[in-house]
Design a protein around this ligand. Structure first.
Ligand code: PHE
Length: 339
Protein backbone atom coordinates (compact mmCIF):
# COMPACT_ATOMS: atom_id res chain seq x y z
CA UNK A 1 0.00 0.00 0.00
CA UNK A 2 2.79 2.33 0.91
CA UNK A 3 4.58 1.57 -2.32
CA UNK A 4 1.41 2.13 -4.28
CA UNK A 5 0.96 5.54 -2.66
CA UNK A 6 4.56 6.53 -3.24
CA UNK A 7 4.47 5.62 -6.95
CA UNK A 8 1.26 7.53 -7.38
CA UNK A 9 2.75 10.46 -5.51
CA UNK A 10 5.80 10.48 -7.75
CA UNK A 11 3.89 10.47 -11.05
CA UNK A 12 1.32 12.93 -9.76
CA UNK A 13 3.94 15.51 -8.73
CA UNK A 14 5.70 15.07 -12.06
CA UNK A 15 2.48 15.56 -13.99
CA UNK A 16 1.73 18.71 -12.00
CA UNK A 17 5.14 20.14 -12.73
CA UNK A 18 4.68 19.46 -16.44
CA UNK A 19 1.15 20.82 -16.70
CA UNK A 20 1.41 23.69 -19.16
CA UNK A 21 -2.08 25.13 -18.92
CA UNK A 22 -4.76 25.72 -16.34
CA UNK A 23 -6.98 23.31 -18.22
CA UNK A 24 -4.53 20.42 -18.13
CA UNK A 25 -3.79 21.20 -14.47
CA UNK A 26 -7.46 20.93 -13.66
CA UNK A 27 -7.62 17.61 -15.50
CA UNK A 28 -4.82 16.36 -13.20
CA UNK A 29 -6.72 17.54 -10.14
CA UNK A 30 -9.79 15.64 -11.27
CA UNK A 31 -7.66 12.58 -12.09
CA UNK A 32 -6.36 12.33 -8.51
CA UNK A 33 -8.71 14.24 -6.28
CA UNK A 34 -12.01 14.07 -8.17
CA UNK A 35 -14.94 11.94 -6.99
CA UNK A 36 -13.61 8.97 -8.88
CA UNK A 37 -9.99 10.11 -8.55
CA UNK A 38 -7.07 7.75 -7.89
CA UNK A 39 -6.35 9.18 -4.45
CA UNK A 40 -10.02 9.31 -3.58
CA UNK A 41 -10.18 5.59 -4.30
CA UNK A 42 -7.26 4.95 -1.92
CA UNK A 43 -8.91 7.01 0.80
CA UNK A 44 -12.06 4.95 0.37
CA UNK A 45 -10.03 1.77 0.73
CA UNK A 46 -8.54 2.95 4.05
CA UNK A 47 -11.87 2.42 5.82
CA UNK A 48 -11.78 -1.28 4.99
CA UNK A 49 -8.27 -1.79 6.38
CA UNK A 50 -7.46 -3.44 9.67
CA UNK A 51 -7.31 -1.38 12.88
CA UNK A 52 -3.49 -1.46 12.89
CA UNK A 53 -3.07 -0.45 9.25
CA UNK A 54 -5.82 2.15 9.14
CA UNK A 55 -4.12 5.04 11.02
CA UNK A 56 -0.82 4.58 9.25
CA UNK A 57 -2.15 4.32 5.72
CA UNK A 58 -4.66 7.03 6.52
CA UNK A 59 -1.82 9.31 7.51
CA UNK A 60 0.16 8.63 4.34
CA UNK A 61 -2.82 9.07 2.14
CA UNK A 62 -3.84 12.32 3.84
CA UNK A 63 -0.28 13.67 3.70
CA UNK A 64 -0.27 12.84 0.00
CA UNK A 65 -3.57 14.61 -0.42
CA UNK A 66 -2.23 17.74 1.29
CA UNK A 67 0.93 17.70 -0.76
CA UNK A 68 -1.03 17.22 -3.97
CA UNK A 69 -3.37 20.08 -3.15
CA UNK A 70 -0.46 22.36 -2.30
CA UNK A 71 1.41 21.54 -5.49
CA UNK A 72 -1.65 22.03 -7.62
CA UNK A 73 -2.26 25.42 -5.96
CA UNK A 74 1.28 26.63 -6.43
CA UNK A 75 1.41 25.38 -10.03
CA UNK A 76 -1.90 27.10 -10.62
CA UNK A 77 -0.45 30.40 -9.37
CA UNK A 78 2.61 29.99 -11.59
CA UNK A 79 0.48 29.26 -14.65
CA UNK A 80 -1.79 32.23 -13.89
CA UNK A 81 1.23 34.51 -13.60
CA UNK A 82 2.66 33.22 -16.89
CA UNK A 83 -0.71 33.79 -18.57
CA UNK A 84 -0.97 37.33 -17.16
CA UNK A 85 2.57 38.19 -18.18
CA UNK A 86 1.86 36.99 -21.71
CA UNK A 87 -1.31 39.08 -21.81
CA UNK A 88 0.49 42.17 -20.49
CA UNK A 89 3.20 41.69 -23.07
CA UNK A 90 0.56 41.59 -25.77
CA UNK A 91 -1.26 44.68 -24.52
CA UNK A 92 1.88 46.62 -23.75
CA UNK A 93 1.48 50.39 -24.17
CA UNK A 94 4.45 52.51 -25.05
CA UNK A 95 3.83 55.55 -22.94
CA UNK A 96 6.70 57.38 -24.61
CA UNK A 97 4.93 57.38 -28.02
CA UNK A 98 3.64 60.81 -29.06
CA UNK A 99 -0.15 61.17 -28.53
CA UNK A 100 -2.62 61.30 -31.41
CA UNK A 101 -3.14 64.89 -32.54
CA UNK A 102 -6.57 66.45 -32.20
CA UNK A 103 -7.04 69.87 -33.68
CA UNK A 104 -8.76 72.29 -31.30
CA UNK A 105 -10.23 74.35 -34.14
CA UNK A 106 -10.63 78.12 -34.15
CA UNK A 107 -13.39 80.66 -34.14
CA UNK A 108 -14.78 81.11 -37.66
CA UNK A 109 -13.33 84.19 -39.43
CA UNK A 110 -16.82 85.74 -39.55
CA UNK A 111 -17.08 85.35 -35.76
CA UNK A 112 -13.56 86.68 -35.31
CA UNK A 113 -14.36 89.83 -37.32
CA UNK A 114 -17.65 90.38 -35.48
CA UNK A 115 -15.84 90.02 -32.15
CA UNK A 116 -13.03 92.39 -33.17
CA UNK A 117 -15.46 95.04 -34.40
CA UNK A 118 -17.87 94.81 -31.47
CA UNK A 119 -14.96 94.84 -29.00
CA UNK A 120 -13.60 98.03 -30.61
CA UNK A 121 -16.95 99.82 -30.42
CA UNK A 122 -17.64 98.51 -26.91
CA UNK A 123 -14.50 100.32 -25.80
CA UNK A 124 -16.02 103.52 -27.22
CA UNK A 125 -19.13 102.94 -25.09
CA UNK A 126 -21.40 101.42 -27.77
CA UNK A 127 -23.94 98.85 -26.60
CA UNK A 128 -24.53 95.70 -28.67
CA UNK A 129 -28.06 95.02 -29.96
CA UNK A 130 -29.65 92.41 -32.17
CA UNK A 131 -32.89 92.16 -34.14
CA UNK A 132 -34.92 89.46 -35.91
CA UNK A 133 -33.85 88.03 -39.29
CA UNK A 134 -37.53 87.91 -40.35
CA UNK A 135 -38.74 91.46 -40.75
CA UNK A 136 -41.75 93.34 -42.03
CA UNK A 137 -41.74 95.65 -45.01
CA UNK A 138 -42.29 98.51 -42.57
CA UNK A 139 -39.08 98.01 -40.54
CA UNK A 140 -36.91 96.92 -43.46
CA UNK A 141 -38.04 99.62 -45.90
CA UNK A 142 -40.83 102.04 -45.09
CA UNK A 143 -39.69 103.38 -41.73
CA UNK A 144 -36.24 103.79 -43.28
CA UNK A 145 -37.65 106.24 -45.83
CA UNK A 146 -37.91 103.62 -48.59
CA UNK A 147 -41.55 103.74 -49.79
CA UNK A 148 -42.91 100.93 -52.02
CA UNK A 149 -42.13 102.68 -55.31
CA UNK A 150 -38.56 103.62 -54.30
CA UNK A 151 -35.89 102.57 -56.85
CA UNK A 152 -33.41 101.62 -54.12
CA UNK A 153 -35.61 98.57 -53.42
CA UNK A 154 -34.15 97.10 -56.62
CA UNK A 155 -30.81 96.63 -54.85
CA UNK A 156 -32.53 94.98 -51.91
CA UNK A 157 -34.37 92.13 -53.62
CA UNK A 158 -34.87 89.47 -51.00
CA UNK A 159 -36.78 86.37 -49.99
CA UNK A 160 -40.46 87.03 -49.23
CA UNK A 161 -42.40 84.97 -46.72
CA UNK A 162 -46.13 84.70 -46.01
CA UNK A 163 -48.11 87.56 -44.41
CA UNK A 164 -45.92 90.24 -46.01
CA UNK A 165 -42.84 89.23 -44.05
CA UNK A 166 -39.38 89.07 -45.59
CA UNK A 167 -35.80 88.18 -44.71
CA UNK A 168 -34.17 91.49 -43.81
CA UNK A 169 -31.84 92.90 -46.45
CA UNK A 170 -29.76 94.91 -43.98
CA UNK A 171 -29.32 95.44 -40.24
CA UNK A 172 -30.79 98.97 -40.45
CA UNK A 173 -34.31 97.86 -39.30
CA UNK A 174 -32.77 97.45 -35.83
CA UNK A 175 -32.26 101.25 -35.85
CA UNK A 176 -36.05 101.65 -36.08
CA UNK A 177 -36.77 98.95 -33.49
CA UNK A 178 -34.36 100.57 -31.03
CA UNK A 179 -35.45 104.17 -31.57
CA UNK A 180 -39.15 103.31 -31.24
CA UNK A 181 -38.50 101.59 -27.94
CA UNK A 182 -36.17 104.06 -26.27
CA UNK A 183 -35.34 107.74 -26.10
CA UNK A 184 -31.97 109.26 -27.08
CA UNK A 185 -29.07 109.17 -26.40
CA UNK A 186 -28.36 105.95 -28.31
CA UNK A 187 -24.98 104.47 -29.12
CA UNK A 188 -25.24 100.97 -30.43
CA UNK A 189 -23.66 98.42 -32.70
CA UNK A 190 -25.73 95.65 -34.34
CA UNK A 191 -24.14 92.52 -35.78
CA UNK A 192 -26.37 90.09 -37.65
CA UNK A 193 -27.36 88.02 -40.68
CA UNK A 194 -28.88 89.67 -43.72
CA UNK A 195 -30.26 88.28 -47.01
CA UNK A 196 -30.32 89.34 -50.63
CA UNK A 197 -31.00 87.66 -53.99
CA UNK A 198 -27.41 87.90 -55.04
CA UNK A 199 -24.71 85.32 -55.61
CA UNK A 200 -21.23 85.41 -57.16
CA UNK A 201 -17.67 85.16 -55.88
CA UNK A 202 -18.05 88.24 -53.69
CA UNK A 203 -21.80 87.98 -52.87
CA UNK A 204 -23.76 85.37 -50.97
CA UNK A 205 -27.58 85.22 -50.53
CA UNK A 206 -26.96 85.17 -46.78
CA UNK A 207 -24.25 87.34 -45.33
CA UNK A 208 -23.48 89.41 -42.24
CA UNK A 209 -23.55 93.11 -41.53
CA UNK A 210 -22.65 95.31 -38.63
CA UNK A 211 -24.76 98.40 -38.18
CA UNK A 212 -23.84 101.38 -36.03
CA UNK A 213 -26.11 104.11 -34.73
CA UNK A 214 -25.40 107.21 -32.63
CA UNK A 215 -28.24 109.56 -31.71
CA UNK A 216 -27.99 112.50 -29.34
CA UNK A 217 -28.70 116.22 -29.27
CA UNK A 218 -25.61 117.47 -31.13
CA UNK A 219 -24.15 114.67 -33.22
CA UNK A 220 -22.07 115.93 -36.14
CA UNK A 221 -20.69 114.67 -39.42
CA UNK A 222 -17.20 115.34 -38.03
CA UNK A 223 -17.92 112.80 -35.28
CA UNK A 224 -19.02 110.28 -37.89
CA UNK A 225 -15.76 110.80 -39.80
CA UNK A 226 -13.61 110.61 -36.69
CA UNK A 227 -15.34 107.46 -35.41
CA UNK A 228 -15.09 105.59 -38.71
CA UNK A 229 -11.55 106.71 -39.47
CA UNK A 230 -10.49 105.57 -36.01
CA UNK A 231 -12.15 102.19 -36.46
CA UNK A 232 -10.80 101.52 -39.97
CA UNK A 233 -7.28 102.49 -38.97
CA UNK A 234 -7.47 100.17 -35.97
CA UNK A 235 -8.86 97.34 -38.09
CA UNK A 236 -6.63 97.59 -41.19
CA UNK A 237 -3.54 99.35 -39.80
CA UNK A 238 -2.55 103.03 -39.95
CA UNK A 239 -0.66 102.69 -43.23
CA UNK A 240 -4.00 102.32 -45.03
CA UNK A 241 -5.56 105.70 -45.84
CA UNK A 242 -9.31 106.19 -45.54
CA UNK A 243 -11.45 108.35 -47.85
CA UNK A 244 -15.06 109.53 -47.79
CA UNK A 245 -17.07 109.79 -51.03
CA UNK A 246 -20.49 111.41 -51.34
CA UNK A 247 -23.18 108.76 -51.82
CA UNK A 248 -26.87 108.15 -51.41
CA UNK A 249 -28.95 106.11 -48.97
CA UNK A 250 -32.65 106.87 -48.47
CA UNK A 251 -32.30 106.84 -44.67
CA UNK A 252 -29.28 109.15 -44.33
CA UNK A 253 -28.65 112.71 -45.52
CA UNK A 254 -25.94 113.54 -46.32
CA UNK A 255 -24.67 110.05 -47.13
CA UNK A 256 -21.21 108.78 -47.74
CA UNK A 257 -19.37 105.68 -48.78
CA UNK A 258 -16.07 105.01 -47.12
CA UNK A 259 -13.09 103.47 -48.90
CA UNK A 260 -9.84 102.07 -47.55
CA UNK A 261 -6.62 102.16 -49.54
CA UNK A 262 -6.03 98.81 -51.31
CA UNK A 263 -3.61 96.70 -49.29
CA UNK A 264 -2.28 94.84 -52.37
CA UNK A 265 -0.99 97.89 -54.28
CA UNK A 266 -1.13 100.53 -51.51
CA UNK A 267 -3.13 102.91 -53.70
CA UNK A 268 -1.29 102.45 -57.00
CA UNK A 269 -4.06 100.44 -58.64
CA UNK A 270 -4.15 96.68 -59.26
CA UNK A 271 -6.52 93.89 -60.25
CA UNK A 272 -8.01 93.45 -56.76
CA UNK A 273 -9.06 97.13 -56.54
CA UNK A 274 -10.05 97.32 -60.22
CA UNK A 275 -7.15 99.75 -60.79
CA UNK A 276 -8.70 102.38 -58.50
CA UNK A 277 -6.31 101.99 -55.55
CA UNK A 278 -9.30 101.97 -53.18
CA UNK A 279 -11.69 99.41 -51.70
CA UNK A 280 -15.24 100.28 -50.74
CA UNK A 281 -15.81 99.27 -47.13
CA UNK A 282 -18.94 100.80 -45.69
CA UNK A 283 -21.94 103.06 -46.11
CA UNK A 284 -22.77 105.82 -43.65
CA UNK A 285 -24.47 109.15 -43.17
CA UNK A 286 -26.42 111.47 -40.91
CA UNK A 287 -29.78 109.94 -39.94
CA UNK A 288 -32.50 111.34 -42.28
CA UNK A 289 -35.13 113.54 -40.62
CA UNK A 290 -37.88 111.29 -42.10
CA UNK A 291 -36.44 108.39 -40.13
CA UNK A 292 -36.54 110.41 -36.91
CA UNK A 293 -40.12 111.41 -37.72
CA UNK A 294 -41.15 107.79 -38.29
CA UNK A 295 -39.91 106.78 -34.83
CA UNK A 296 -41.42 109.82 -33.13
CA UNK A 297 -38.20 111.75 -32.48
CA UNK A 298 -38.10 115.51 -33.12
CA UNK A 299 -35.59 116.01 -36.00
CA UNK A 300 -35.07 119.61 -34.87
CA UNK A 301 -33.69 118.61 -31.49
CA UNK A 302 -31.91 115.31 -32.16
CA UNK A 303 -29.28 114.38 -34.68
CA UNK A 304 -27.34 111.22 -35.35
CA UNK A 305 -25.17 109.19 -37.63
CA UNK A 306 -25.43 105.62 -38.84
CA UNK A 307 -23.15 103.26 -40.67
CA UNK A 308 -23.30 99.74 -42.03
CA UNK A 309 -20.59 97.38 -43.15
CA UNK A 310 -20.35 93.87 -44.58
CA UNK A 311 -18.61 91.39 -42.30
CA UNK A 312 -17.63 88.99 -45.12
CA UNK A 313 -16.06 91.91 -47.00
CA UNK A 314 -14.04 92.93 -43.94
CA UNK A 315 -12.92 89.31 -43.45
CA UNK A 316 -12.02 88.86 -47.13
CA UNK A 317 -9.94 92.04 -47.17
CA UNK A 318 -8.28 91.35 -43.85
CA UNK A 319 -7.33 87.75 -44.65
CA UNK A 320 -6.93 88.07 -48.46
CA UNK A 321 -9.80 85.66 -49.30
CA UNK A 322 -10.70 85.82 -52.98
CA UNK A 323 -13.93 83.78 -53.04
CA UNK A 324 -16.71 84.37 -50.48
CA UNK A 325 -17.81 80.72 -50.71
CA UNK A 326 -14.70 79.59 -48.84
CA UNK A 327 -16.24 81.19 -45.77
CA UNK A 328 -19.20 78.81 -45.80
CA UNK A 329 -17.57 75.52 -46.72
CA UNK A 330 -16.05 74.79 -43.31
CA UNK A 331 -12.95 73.27 -44.89
CA UNK A 332 -10.41 72.75 -42.09
CA UNK A 333 -7.49 73.38 -44.46
CA UNK A 334 -8.87 76.85 -45.20
CA UNK A 335 -10.06 77.75 -41.69
CA UNK A 336 -6.84 76.45 -40.08
CA UNK A 337 -4.76 78.63 -42.40
CA UNK A 338 -6.40 81.81 -41.10
CA UNK A 339 -5.20 81.35 -37.54
N1 PHE B 1 -28.03 99.59 -44.72
C1 PHE B 1 -27.11 100.01 -45.75
C2 PHE B 1 -26.89 98.84 -46.72
O1 PHE B 1 -27.12 97.72 -46.37
C3 PHE B 1 -25.77 100.45 -45.19
C4 PHE B 1 -25.91 101.70 -44.37
C5 PHE B 1 -26.19 101.63 -43.01
C6 PHE B 1 -25.75 102.94 -44.97
C7 PHE B 1 -26.32 102.80 -42.27
C8 PHE B 1 -25.87 104.10 -44.22
C9 PHE B 1 -26.12 104.00 -42.87
O2 PHE B 1 -26.49 99.04 -47.84
Amino acid sequence: MRHEIETLQHTALQEIEQADSLISLDAIRVKYLGKKGLLTDILKEVSSLSVTEKPLVGQWANAFKDQLTQHIDSRKKTLQRIARDAQLEQEKVDVTLPGSHRSLGTLHPITQVIQTVTAYFSRLGFGISEGPDIETDYYNFEALNIPPHHPSRDMHDTFYLNHGELLRTHTSPVQIRTMTSQAPPIKMIVPGCVYRCDTDITHSPMFHQIEGLVVDSHVTFAQLKGTLEGFLTAFFGDDRLVRFRPSYFPFTEPSTEVDVMCGQCMGKGCASCKQTGWLEILGAGMVHRHVFESVGYDPNTVSGFAFGMGVERLAMLKYGISDIRWLYENDQRFLGGLR
